[in-house]
Design a protein around this ligand. Sequence first.
Ligand code: PMP
Length: 304
Amino acid sequence: MEDRDGWIWLDGQWLPWREARVHALTHTLHYGLGCFEGLRAYATPRGAAIFRLDDHVERLFESAHILGLDMPFDRDALRQACRDAIRRNALAGGYIRPLVFLGAEKVGVDPLGAAVHVMVAAWAWGAYLGDNGLERGIRVKVASFARHHVNVQMCRAKAVSTYTNSILACREARQEGYDEALLLDTDGFVAEGPGENVFLVKRGVIYEPEITSALDGITRRTLHTLAREAGYEIVARRITRDELYIADEVFFTGTAAEITPVVEVDRRRVGSGQPGAITRELQRRFFACVRGEDERHADWLTLA
Ligand code: PMP
């Protein structure tokens, strides 16, 4: 990733991609206090457009607030940096990664004295779980690692440190031949994927776990709107892992994962073993929005 052409925004300056470096004593590298966002821009008839830019920037500021990180830039500066990251890197679409981290001004657990730094990078990125995953669905394994307890990690924050757990779960699933993991919460109920929210469909109703330990995903919020427009009821409640086994459909949502059908959980076929009709319909509606083909949701798109 580091050896390529392009531009990265670091603390208000545009640096050539290869020069956007930090010191080995960077506080966040040692102790993990930081937060980030993941946004996607899509090619639309009017040019590259960022999906739900304001919502992502808002969540970044909320994450920083939860973690007690004083943002050295305002929301406008961050929005502009995201747009410029697409334009400067001449991307027709792609993934945008803002990161807020503490610098190398000091070491030690107490962050006082370490400055807050902000970075924004963007690059072309295809389907996170593969085109095949989007099309045919993925195989998922319930992780042996639980999602964080709500009073251990601050789960409303998209915090750097929460991803150690996601990585452990994801690596475990991939090493065992699955496409992705699914984490239960510390009470044993379904929480989310390592980087995705999860939904199931049973008898025409869409269910999702209550957002306690899971991240409040922006794609998840989008799904709510699109599902209601399509006439579906969505119920948030506790979900057990075996409910996934007997669901008619299961799917993941996320900025990177978009809407990815899950066709197998713990070696049990979900529904017919093919992406379900409701999942397909929601995928269709989602991609119409992000590609600027649904005028009702034009306000979700910001031209880069
Ligand atoms: N849960 C986790 C742990 C994630 O990392 C993500 C990706 N940001 C999501 C859910 C989905 O969130 P969003 O739809 O905002 O990308």
